[in-house]
Design a protein around this ligand. Structure first.
Ligand code: ZN
Ligand code: ZN
Length: 272
């Protein structure tokens, strides 16, 4: 199995060291772990440092390789915060280090953070969903320096701020914009991830939903990764198999891994 979304202490909100994450992955017989630590150049209102030092990061990766190399492949990755004002800095950051894999994710819309609820103030469910999906679409169109789009429908994780549930979202209303985002990704050799973090709280969903994974496939999507979005040891590898089942049901017979930002397609049959 391949966990392609893991945060270590190099992320401002990470709670495990790389070695702790690797040890857990080995115990779970995971074959590859992609560290995708946060780089968010635009993070209004946060006092945390959403960047990491590449030299220290490399040293820690090399240490993990020497400790676990025979059993686990360690992938050099990052989760880039996509924002209209961070394209140039993202580009400079990713070009100065030999990354294997890059997730592009929208965490901030305009000057508002989804995570602290600010984004949802005064918005209806429709405003919140549309505003987020439009911000994602614009970033995907403007900036192509990443491999997969992270958690396409992240807004769904925070609907409690407006007393709504994900079941209240009428996906048909957003089909056009989601299709357009998928088309742009596909045309430029990029893909999406299936983020399993929605299962943690017992909420029981993926980001995006299986319906969207099927839509992506129908449109010709090929590049697709599955990741736990783990921030602590207990979350490493969580629900990967369920993610592979969703891929199979959507018509994929492989999952994607990466080396030096180039995709490799791995048969799902042996993972289920
Ligand atoms: Zn994220
Ligand atoms: Zn993440």
């Amino acid at each position: 199995m391949f966990d392609y979304h893991v945060h270590s202490l190099f992320s401002a909100d990470g709670k495990m060291s790389m070695t702790e994450a690797c040890a857990r992955a080995v115990r779970l017989t995971i074959n590859e772990i992609a560290f995708t630590d946060h780089v968010d150049y635009v993070y209004p209102g946060s006092t945390l440092n959403w960047e990491f030092d590449q030299e220290t990061y490399e040293r820690e990766i090399v240490r993990c390789e020497s400790l676990f190399g025979g059993e686990l492949t360690v992938i050099r990755g990052a989760e880039l915060g996509l924002h209209l004002n961070s394209h140039a800095r993202n580009e400079a950051f990713t070009n100065s280090y030999p990354f294997d894999f890059l997730i592009g994710s929208v965490h901030i819309v305009g000057a508002q953070d989804l995570d602290n609820g600010e984004y949802f103030e005064g918005r209806s469910l429709d405003d919140a969903a549309r505003g987020y999906l439009e911000a994602v679409n614009q970033c995907v169109r403007e900036y192509s320096g990443f491999n997969v789009l992270g958690h396409l429908d992240l807004f769904k994780r925070y609907l409690h701020f407006i007393n709504c549930k994900r079941q209240d979202v009428n996906w048909a209303d957003y089909q056009d914009i989601i299709e357009d985002t998928f088309r742009v990704l596909i045309e430029t050799g990029r893909g999406i991830e299936v983020n399993m973090s929605g299962y943690r709280s017992g909420a029981g969903y993926t980001l995006p939903e299986p319906e969207m994974v099927r839509l992506y496939r129908r449109l010709g999507g090929e590049v697709i990764t599955v990741g736990s979005d783990a921030h602590c040891v207990e979350q490493v590898g969580l629900q990967l198999r369920r993610g592979y089942e969703i891929l199979t049901q959507a018509g994929f017979n492989y999952v994607t891994t990466f080396r030096r930002r180039e995709p490799l397609f791995r048969q799902l049959r042996s993972l289920l």
